[in-house]
Ligand binder design. Sequence first.
Ligand code: PMP
Length: 431
Amino acid sequence: MKNSELKNRDLDVLWHPCTQMKDHETLPLIPIKKAHGVYLEDFEGNRYIDAISSWWVNMFGHTNTYINKKIKEQLDTLEHVILAGFTHEQVVTLSERLVKLTPEGLDKCFYSDNGSSAVEVALKMSYHAHLNDGVKKSLFVSLTNSYHGETIGALSVGDVELYKDTYEPLLIKTVQTPVPADMSKEAAQVAALEFEKLAQKRASEISAIILEPLIQGAGYMHMYHPHFLTLVREICTQYNIHFIADEVMVGFGRTGELFACEKAKVSPDFLILSKGLTGGYLPLSVVLTSNEIYMKFYCDYNEHKAFLHSHSYTGNALACAAANATLDIFENDNVIEKNRELSKYIAKKLKKFENLENVAEVRQTGMVAAVELKGYKSEDRIGLKVYQYGLDRGVLLRPLGHIVYFMPPYIMTTQECDTMIDTAYEAIKAL
Ligand code: PMP
């Protein structure tokens, strides 16, 4: 089969995510035949380095031998079973491990199957927990420039215009408090003060604050200091507001710790995980919360306090097997230490970008690095130009507007890293 053949069949019947489909009149759609390690390969043998971990999910490379083996074993044992009234070994083992690995005080796991639906779960649980305490608090606070997914509730707590504006009339009312303006500790203090003022005024209405710890991904890879998390934790405790940490993107080692909250040594009331949870293999998400919150729902059935939320594929056995395999690799391969080494290497390589005239800022937190460009309008679609330049040279970069970023699988070698970063550098120079 040729690339063009599958491309034509595709465009006849598919509608792709986050895409103006008309772009594909000129922009090539790339059919992938197979993948291994950091490489994707099309039907004509062209290879592309996956510099964005296939939408930030892949941790240990494509068709990872160990994860493949574990999923295959599970496939012959149990593929899926209803999780209401039933359970299975993979989901129990995974939950035990997650409770152990995540910050203290997170004792119970509630599963769903993607980041957005886990956000919905956390919002509903937070509201419902207060309600079971006899308090109606229906307001959610999030940070300016935040992104939490695209279902109605998740979009409501987001703040990126591009995704939100069109649907504004459909959304629930939420309030945004400023994200720290930059990575300094001072900016963290200034932003926390704003949140405290809001809490002072409206604590009786506020159920929770939801935020992306340390890095706002879809919010153009904006980064901030861990001190903000410490201060938010204090304010939340003081005003009886839940702290929801959305680590869908930053969880599982992206920031240099297994979980971003560890950088500030804080425990949120709800921790949301997805993406890297299965190593980038299968859709799965989880909300972790405390025994204290769990117990607010625990009573006789007729008291009507149960959390009656469900998804068909909750706790899917194959996805849980992939997640357990992923955690095995974290446990056995000294991943966080190796990540720190690779991110130091990336930091060194990024230095040269600072001398380019069209670069406004270079920033990095662990295994996420971003180069912010300046001097362009959105109509210039420079992101698309960088994307095309990369593809022509075998690197999948997918800039967010004027931000070129790197979020590679952790198994990337320094040579592959050179190709990825040097290609981006040449692309930016050629704009
Ligand atoms: N929260 C964050 C921080 C995210 O980055 C994303 C996805 N990019 C989501 C939630 C939504 O996850 P999903 O796309 O799996 O619904």
